[in-house]
Design a protein around this ligand. Structure first.
Ligand SMILES: [Zn+2]
Length: 110
């Protein structure tokens, strides 16, 4: 999300902000800020479709098993100050002091 925007044509950084995207001050090329939000890195939504961000608190909505470890994460467990990472389990958080990776459809924004 916070990657530096650059012109896809001439690769000049720091384009001008246009109405619904960017405009390159160097070559005049215009492009949209987010052509496919669903695939953009950092776009992680909870089970209700709310956008999650680094530092959010989420609540577990389904009992989760932790691979190869005893115990698990119970429904209603709050995971504070999550961090978003690329991959199938995009939510990186800590539960009872243990680092866990959680799928986005197993949580709701707290
Ligand atoms: Zn350009």
């Amino acid at each position: 999300m916070s990657a530096v925007a650059e012109c896809p044509i001439c690769t000049m950084p720091e384009p001008l902000l246009a109405v619904d995207g960017f405009e390159c001050a160097t070559c005049g090329h215009e492009w949209m800020t987010d052509p496919d939000p669903a695939d953009a890195a950092g776009e992680v939504r909870d089970v209700n479709g709310n956008l999650l961000a680094d530092g959010d608190d989420v609540v577990i909505i389904k009992d989760l098993k932790l691979d190869g470890k005893a115990g698990g994460i119970k429904v209603g467990t709050k995971v504070k100050s999550i961090r978003l990472i690329p991959g199938d389990h995009p939510i990186d958080g800590k539960v009872n002091g243990r680092g866990v990776l959680i799928m986005a459809d197993k949580v709701k924004k707290a």
